[in-house]
Write a protein that binds this ligand. Structure first.
Ligand SMILES: NC(=O)c1ccc[n+]([C@@H]2O[C@H](COP(=O)([O-])OP(=O)(O)OC[C@H]3O[C@@H](n4cnc5c(N)ncnc54)[C@H](OP(=O)(O)O)[C@@H]3O)[C@@H](O)[C@H]2O)c1
Length: 280
């Protein structure tokens, strides 16, 4: 039996669909059913349920708010995954959790591989990096999967924001100095699941292939829907946000591609399929 935590989020919702489609037994929980910051609640929840795999999709993802809600960010991104790894070890279940491209400072200038040294430059990034280390130090049957710029149906995201702005704005200015890869949560769930089934535990990078700036992502979305407004560029510094942003954080997914023997689809393909899903 698979236990999903944070199942109402983007990735959680796509795991849910995948498991339903493949007739795989799972229990889906989110904050209300199972608060993963409460280790005793998790311990008693898993008791007698024959859980073989725990997939943690829950996270504190508000990069700017994390600067002023430090305790909350570390509790959810560091302590909770560590506790889930502990409990997985107690019941001999496989454990999977997710991290971010933001663990890197963005100065490398070419795609990041798993061996590159992280250097988090915000509270959010540091909380996720500490979470990775805590999990990998706690339990050898763990997967830590870093991803980037996730979009899907399950929650708010940049692609949905662009679609929303397109409905009531004629002029948009989007930053062109942040580069990574948008990642469709459907693909993230699907290719993660293929990896999980190999039992080749460890740290992985998984994002849609190719790379773009936020501006190029927005342009692709707006061109796809035939928006008639004017799109201009801006710089990250123009927005004076509370958290520092790493500017270039493209993740190289070749390790996972080699192991599962498949190429991860492009981010453009991800957006195309997302738009079909979004339009219903
Ligand atoms: N989104 C991105 O762009 C991005 C980029 C890089 C990495 N990642 C990582 O990828 C993974 C999946 O991200 P996502 O975008 O699918 O996240 P998401 O949409 O924000 O979903 C997270 C889910 O966790 C739930 N949650 C919050 N606190 C909880 C608690 N104490 N116990 C149980 N559930 C709780 C949230 O519920 P509420 O909504 O009720 O709080 C939400 O349903 C995360 O590890 C994230 O850090 C995401």
């Amino acid at each position: 039996m698979i236990l999903l935590t944070g199942a109402n989020g983007q990735l959680g919702q796509d795991y849910l669909k995948l498991f339903k489609d493949q007739n795989i037994e799972f229990i889906a929980t989110d904050y209300k059913e199972l608060d993963i910051t409460n280790i005793e609640a998790v311990r008693s929840f898993v008791l007698n349920k024959r859980i073989t795999t725990i997939i943690n999709c829950a996270a504190y993802n508000d990069v700017d708010k994390a600067e002023s809600e430090k305790d909350k960010a570390y509790l959810l991104n560091r302590d909770a995954p560590k506790n889930l790894a502990h409990i997985s070890k107690e019941i001999d279940a496989i454990f999977i959790t997710y991290s971010t491209d933001f663990v890197f400072d963005g100065t490398k200038g070419s795609p990041y591989v798993e061996e590159d040294e992280p250097n988090p430059i915000s509270v959010y990034a540091d909380s996720k990096y500490q979470g990775e280390n805590a999990v990998l130090d706690t339990y050898e049957k763990s997967f830590v999967i870093r991803t980037s710029w996730v979009f899907g149906m399950g929650n708010n995201n940049f692609t949905k924001q662009v679609l929303g702005w397109s409905e009531n704005k004629d002029l948009l200015k989007i930053v062109d100095d942040q580069r990574s890869s948008p990642t469709y949560s459907h693909d993230l769930a699907e290719y993660s699941w293929q990896l999980i089934k190999t039992n080749k535990f460890g740290l992985y990078h998984l994002s849609n292939s190719g790379e773009c700036s936020k501006y190029e992502q927005a342009k692709y979305v707006l061109d796809s829907i035939g928006w008639n407004g004017a799109l201009g560029t801006a710089k990250t510094a123009d927005f004076n946000l509370p958290a520092k942003r790493s500017l270039y954080t493209k993740l190289d997914s070749s390790k996972i591609e080699l192991i599962i023997g498949k190429k991860i689809p492009t981010w453009q393909s991800g957006i195309k399929r997302f738009l079909e899903e979004y339009r219903g």
